[in-house]
Design a protein around this ligand. Sequence first.
Ligand code: ZN
Length: 342
Amino acid sequence: MPCPRVSIGAPTCEIDLDRDGKHHGYVRIPYSAHRSAYGWLPVPIMSIRNGEGPCVLLVGGNHGDEYEGISIFIDLFQKLEPGDITGQLIFMPAANAPAVYAGRRTSPLDHGGEGNLNRLFPGHKNGTPTETIAWFITNELIDRVDAIFDLHSAGSSSDHWPSCKIRLMGDEEKDAVQMEILNLFGAPLALVGDRVHETTLSGEALPKDIIYVSTELGGAGRITPWIRDLGDQGLKRCLKCLGVLPESFPTDPPKFKTRMMNMQNEENYIFAYEDGMFEPAVDVGDQVEDGQFAGYIWNLRQPWKEPTRLHFKKGGLVFTKRHPALCQVGDTLFFTLNDYEN
Ligand SMILES: [Zn+2]
C-alpha cells in the first residue's frame, strides 16, 4: 500500500484556540522561497479565552495599509486579561501580514504583487500566501466564532468619512443586534448593507449566520487620532453588547449621533475618464447636491488645455475621496452615500 499523499502547503496555528488563558503565536504559512527553502511566513494570531461564552474574531490588516484597526486590536490585546472577559477574543491584527509589513494594501508576494486578501476568499489550502491566509480564516476560524469585527480604513489611495457597516441577515433577532451595534459603534455614518460580495470575508461569514461588522475608519495610509479613538471606544461598547466585556467595563458614550445610510450605487460614483491631476473642490463629510461641481482633472501633458470639470451625478454625503492627486482612467475619485431607506 502506498504511503498517503499529504498537503505541503496547509497553514498551521502555533496556539491552541481551545485553551483558556492569554496566548500568542503565529499562523505559519508554508513558503518555500529562494532565500528560505523550508521557510514559512508568520501571520500573528492571539487569543484571550475565559470559559464558555461568545467568541469574537477581530481582524485588522485585511488590507495592509489600513492602520486604525491594527492599532486598536494590538492595544486591546495588550491591556486585557482573561479575567476581564467572558468567552473568547481571537485577534488577527495583521491578517494579510506580508501586505502589512510592506505597508501596502496588497501582498507583494503573489497575484502580480497585488495579492488582495479580501478578494481571495474562500482561499486555497495549497495556494499562494494570500490564498492560504484566506483559507485558514475560512476553514479554521469562521466556524468557531459568533461575530467578526473586520476593521478597514480607506487605505493609501482614498479617504473615508468614518463609518461602521452591517449586512442584513434576514433574521429578526440578529438584525436587531446588528442595528444596535451600528448605533453603539458611534461613527458619524452607519451603512446598512443589502448585499455581500463574493470572494470577501463578509461573503463567507454571512451565509453561516455570523454577525459580521466592518468599518471604514479614515484612510490615506495614516492614523487619524480622533478616528482611531472613535473606533476603539465603539468596538468596546459593541463587545459589551455582545457579552464579551462586562457592563462595568469603562467606555465613553458615543460622541456622534449616527446617520444611517444605504450602500452606494453606480450613480453615487465619479470616476476618472482621463489621466491627469485630480483637484477636489469638496471634502469627505461634506453634503453635496445632485449635479454639484466636484473638482477638476488638469492635463499635465498639455497644460494649456482647459481642465475637465467634474460634477456629482447623485448628491448626498461625500463618503470617499481619492487621496493622491495623480489619477488615471478607471480611478474612483468620489462616491457619495444617501440616507437609509428601508
Ligand atoms: Zn480595506
